[in-house]
Design a protein around this ligand. Structure first.
Ligand SMILES: [Ca+2]
Length: 498
């Protein structure tokens, strides 16, 4: 018996050794396959390029035939171009604080022009997450909020967050003070006002070359940093301030848009404002800016020249990336902090929650992915988790955006039922889905509602909110909005705010 037990014992031992051997093989295989798929040969770099106050309507890759933006177009040709990307706040401060922190504006409470650090405490911002994972992170010029033109004239850090960066660089420029042929278009009906600063519609056809201005200096610094850091993983934020006012650019960018008289303004629809609730009338209009048709056309031409100039600077940065042979190792993102009105509804500039102002251009180029066009609703808030996932970094559990990386493989998917955006200065809230744009003013819609059927009325001219036929739709969207506002506020920061 003993012997039998003994032979069974030794048999078991042999089996155990064999099992152990196979187990080790399996463990080694999984270890190898995990390290080879998760870590990859080399981590991707991230080049994040953001223009200030840029509407997608002013880019040729989005269908504009008056202006040519060859550099942004060439990025679009090799990346995924999103046609329904929305910002989360329709002016600089809240939008930038949101997508950089990973929280909606009403989650942090950052509705003005500050950085979100006091609200998020030791939680990581998007670039900081990369910095903490071994990346060199840098910003050139405006990534978090900076005042334009004042902050650019001063050359300070603005509402920046120092913890996000390994290094940071500012690009001071003369802005409206640049020598050249300038005119103040806004609030200047008799033409007696000189060229002024501030958030004012001013056009300057400037003397000198690209490097006179902030964006030219930003491109130069970005090119230098790409060369210098090409052998280590980097997250480089390049912030161009054009086409934010003042519309100042070297004079050689203006000829395609002159004489300004040839610019074609959006249709002016009689009675257009009659069905828009008072907070929905934008803060800048042709009327309150006292801009006649000549000035409106010049505003459009000046804006386009500023976009052309910015596009040329984007080209310099893309060229540098190719020269450093990094195009196959770098995720490139191009976007804006929000959109802009160029005379639609006689509205100008930002803040409005209509598509021209709440929608943003968004191109994401990832090495190895097939270029394409994606019509899914996406939010700028999705960049932080998506780019983290694409770089095989953990997505922090606290942030509110979605990982939309699957759209880069299959752009026909839908990842969101609706996009959400806010205009805090008028307590405006937008839910935009594939059929409707629902806008309410006030937490309980007490200050008015706009409802547009985008498929029938893409220009958003017919507010259906008071139509008997749409009362059921209005009720449904009010409930959806209440739910969204509650979701936004249900996060790990609430104790900090309260
Ligand atoms: Ca802006």
């Amino acid at each position: 018996m003993l012997e039998i037990y003994g032979s069974e014992f030794s048999q078991k031992n042999t089996d155990n050794r064999t099992s152990l051997f196979y187990l080790m093989i399996i463990v080694l295989f999984f270890h190898w396959s995990c390290t080879s798929t998760e870590e990859g040969p080399e981590p991707f770099n991230v080049l994040f390029i953001i223009s200030d106050d840029l509407t997608y309507n002013a880019l040729s890759c989005y269908g504009n035939s008056v202006i040519q933006t060859p550099n942004i177009d060439r990025l679009a040709a090799r990346g995924m171009r999103f046609t329904r990307a929305y910002c989360q706040g329709t002016y600089c401060g809240p939008s930038r604080a949101s997508f950089l922190s990973g929280y909606y504006p009403h989650a942090t409470g950052v509705l003005g022009y500050t950085n979100p650090r006091p609200e998020i405490g030791d939680r990581e911002t998007w670039p900081q997450h990369f910095k903490n994972n071994g990346y060199y992170t840098a910003r050139v010029s405006k990534i978090f909020h900076m005042g334009v033109p004042g902050g650019i004239e001063e050359g300070g850090d603005g509402a920046d967050d120092s913890l996000s960066w390994t290094e940071r660089f500012n690009s001071p420029g003369p802005e409206w003070k640049a020598p050249g042929d300038g005119e103040t278009l806004e609030g200047n009906p008799d033409g007696t006002k000189p060229v002024v600063g501030g958030n004012t519609f001013v056009v300057v056809e400037a003397d000198g070359d690209d490097l006179v201005h902030s964006d030219g200096k930003t491109a130069t610094k970005a090119v230098e940093l790409i060369k210098k850091h090409k052998d280590e993983p980097f997250w480089l934020g390049v912030g161009f301030v054009r086409p934010h006012v003042p519309f100042v650019a070297p004079a050689n960018y203006f000829p395609p848009f002159k004489p300004y008289q040839k610019m074609v303004l959006p249709d002016k629809v009689p009675g257009d404002w009659d069905d828009i609730p008072e907070p929905g009338i934008n803060y800048k209009t042709s009327e309150n800016m006292q801009m006649n048709i000549r000035k409106q056309k010049k505003a459009m031409g000046g804006y386009y020249a500023s976009v052309s100039y910015m596009d040329a600077q984007v080209g310099k940065v893309l060229d540098a990336l190719e020269e450093a042979d990094l195009q196959n190792k770098t995720i490139i993102i191009f976007t804006s902090d929000h959109g802009y009105h160029l005379g639609e509804h006689d509205f100008w500039a930002k803040v409005s929650l209509l598509d021209e102002s709440s929608g943003v251009p968004l191109i994401i180029s990832v090495p190895g992915k097939t270029p394409g066009v994606c019509h899914s609703l996406v939010e700028l808030l999705d960049l932080y988790p998506t780019v983290s996932a694409l770089c095989n970094l953990e997505i922090p559990a606290n942030i509110q955006g979605k990982n939309i990386a699957s759209l880069l493989d299959d752009p026909a998917q839908e990842v969101r039922e609706a996009a959400f955006s806010v205009a805090p200065m008028r307590e405006g809230f937008l839910l935009r889905d594939q059929q409707y744009a629902f806008i309410q003013y006030g937490e309980n819609a007490q200050n008015g509602i706009e409802l547009y059927d985008i498929n029938k009325d893409p220009g958003q001219y017919q507010n259906l909110a008071k139509s008997d036929r749409y009362q059921q739709v209005v009720s449904e969207y009010k409930i959806k909005m209440e739910k969204k506002l509650s979701e936004v506020r249900d996060n790990d920061l609430m104790e900090v705010i309260n």
